[in-house]
Design a protein around this ligand. Sequence first.
Ligand SMILES: *Cc1c(COP(=O)(O)O)cnc(C)c1O
Length: 360
Amino acid sequence: MARVYNFSAGPAVLPQAVLEQAKEEMLDWQGAGMSVMEMSHRGKAFMSIAEKAMADLRELMAIPDDYEVLFLQGGASSQFAMVPANLLRGKKTADYVNTGAWSKKAIAEAKRYCDVNVAASDEANNFTGVPAFDTWQLNKDAAYLHYTPNETIGGVAFPFIPDTGDIPLVIDMSSSILSSPIDVSKFGLIYAGAQKNIGPAGLTVVIVRKDLIGKVIDGTPSMFDYEIHAKNDSMYNTPPTYSWYLAGLVFDWLKKNGGLTAMAEINNRKAKKLYDAIDGSDFYTNPVVPECRSVMNVPFTLADPELDKTFLTEAEKIGLCTLKGHRSVGGMRASIYNAMPEEGIDALVSFMADFEKRNA
Ligand SMILES: *Cc1c(COP(=O)(O)O)cnc(C)c1O
């Protein structure tokens, strides 16, 4: 069996070493005589898996003690509602920055809970960058400011962290969490669906400053209340145990491979190779302003869109898979998360050069 290079935006490639360990432990996890999927989430075996994963994530991201780490379900999409339900804290309005498809979804959901002030939007530029901070229209009464540091579909990344004083920053890190070190203390809340850079779908990570929770809007379901999950160590109900276990294996893999500093270095090198290939040709184009280009998701178009299909078919034939761009953007998109080996980028870059030579 040959594994392909999978450039999917999510669910996405996982480290091969992690999959091999999961395979090794599938039928009998470390002498338990059963797979992790079959264990009680309250039993000793799973508790040890759960606690280690939590501790490793805290260590990898250097999460301060005054933050809760919650392992939830419902995807980042549930966070679009949980954030306002929990963090409005009696206020009537929140600031949002609109930099693309995922920001828009977050904004639409927040509007069900409060007045949304769109402090800045790049829509007029077709979402090819991030509006300069000095142009933002911030509201001093905002309960928080929400933005999407990495727009997975447009391939747009924030080159700065905004300074909003006492107004907490809330970020949707679904496609960039664990890709480089960040200073968690600069944020009120960080959330991420697991299926891009953490592990399998089904797990959603929330990192939230403790003083921000406990003031949920009346009528909010228990499952949408951060405080209830915090008080129950993310086991208020049955958690997604296998996803939790696999995320733990990924955290372990990251620690063994130099942590987030090493990841950032590799990720920057991988992304540079691909952007250099795009910029060095008249055949491929990436529309994003250079300082806002994502290191994780690299969209690009061909000079002649008629060739898109041929490009995808030929790429797939040599094991370069899932390169089709999002339907809203067209063209191609290479998602190059932590688990995408550098050899995958090399293979893609060399295919692109060859394809150009034959078709330009
Ligand atoms: C994939 C993605 C989402 C949606 O995640 P779900 O887990 O499917 O709800 C939200 N935001 C960003 C930035 C994403 O990349």
